[in-house]
Design a protein around this ligand. Structure first.
Ligand SMILES: N[C@@H](CCC(=O)N[C@@H](CS)C(=O)NCC(=O)O)C(=O)O
Length: 205
């Protein structure tokens, strides 16, 4: 059986949503980031990078949300979770997920999780940089009701994580980001997403 290491509300929720949307046979194990469980020898033996998510499979451990989403979509082709049969559309799916992993996540993560917390002008600059990444999604990358246009894909569950963080921090301004706000509401309403949130002890934001 697949085993996904998660930290409730963290980016691993994207991979959790993927497995739930796929109807996969899986279990989860919570890694408590606040107490540093991700740096224990037990977890470092699973993922030497000491971060979640990590997915244990019969073929070894897969890390990185973007890779896990692509794997889940490809191993559950009947669920239509990504355009796996169209190399160019699948590249667009992977490009968006790569943008989240390499650009948006680090930018908003710096604002929210820097220790000690950022203050003053440094924080203002970090917030503006992060919001410029959300603006790219609002203006260019969100192609319709869903990231890829008319059809849900696992990229939507990944984007939801960062929309939730921004809304919880009061940064997802309704006037500046109307499409992201509508997208978050749309994805949070999905039954599989509601099951994941409930199982992580979270509510819709
Ligand atoms: N790009 C990676 C990011 C993984 C990551 O940074 N995870 C965070 C939670 S959102 C984490 O485990 N942080 C713990 C730490 O840095 O100690 C992915 O998508 O899997």
């Amino acid at each position: 059986m697949l085993k996904l290491y998660i930290s409730p509300g963290a980016c691993a929720t994207a991979s959790h949503i993927a497995l739930e949307e796929a109807g996969a046979d899986y279990q989860t194990q919570v890694i408590d980031l606040k107490t540093g469980q991700q740096k224990t020898p037990e977890y470092l033996a699973v993922n030497p990078a000491g971060v979640t998510p990590a997915l244990e499979t019969d073929h070894g451990v897969i890390t990185q949300n973007a890779a896990i989403l692509a794997l889940v979509a490809q191993t559950h082709p009947d669920r239509n979770l990504a355009p796996i049969d169209d190399p160019y559309a699948f590249a667009a799916f992977n490009a968006f997920n790569g943008f989240l992993a390499s650009s948006l996540h680090p930018a908003i993560g710096r604002v929210l999780f820097s220790r000690p917390p950022l203050e003053g002008e440094v924080r203002d600059q970090a917030v503006e940089l992060a919001l410029s990444k959300y603006q790219l999604v609002e203006d260019h990358y969100l192609k319709g009701d869903y990231v890829l246009g008319d059809t849900f894909s696992l990229a939507d569950g990944y984007l939801l994580v960062f929309e939730r963080w921004a809304r919880q921090a009061g940064l997802l301004d309704a006037a500046r980001f109307p499409r992201l706000n509508a997208h978050l509401d749309r994805i949070q309403a999905r039954p599989a997403v509601q099951r994941v949130l409930a199982s992580e002890g979270l509510s819709a934001v």
